[in-house]
Every structure is written in structure tokens, then in C-alpha cells.
Ligand binder design. Sequence first.
Ligand code: FES
Length: 78
Amino acid sequence: MEKPIIVAKEPALVTLEPGFFAWCSCGRSTNQPFCDGSHNGTKFTPVLFKLAEKQDAWLCQCKQSKNPPYCDGAHKSL
Ligand code: FES
């Protein structure tokens, strides 16, 4: 089974302005933790999310989180 690439075993802290975002779920993007279209041809699709307010967020980079795009601590068991 096709597995995502583990980009890092730690989340990325990002400050996000209000708007729409696409989190990379495949690990192939060169614009981590966001999608750059590199999932094309794989079984993966990005996780789309919207923010109404500016916020700081810990976004998963290990691609194992059960609550994407956010880190849920899954990287600690890798
Ligand atoms: S970086 Fe993936 S769960 Fe923390």
C-alpha cells in the first residue's frame, strides 16, 4: 500500500492569515506543509481547510496525524 512520505518527525508552527489552505497529505510537496500538486498520480489528496481568523497552528509533517492538518502527537511513536 502506498504510504505518505514522512517529511519531519515534528510539526511545523505556522502563522496563518484568514483564508483557504491545502495541507499536503502525501509528503511529496516542496512547499511543506502545504500542497504543491505533487500528489498527482498518487492515491493522496490534500486536506482543504478554511480559517476565519488569523491563528498560529501546529501542522503535521509526519503525515500520520489522525486529525490532519493538525499535529495530534502521532510523530512521537515514529
Ligand atoms: S507531526 Fe504528525 S502528528 Fe505531529
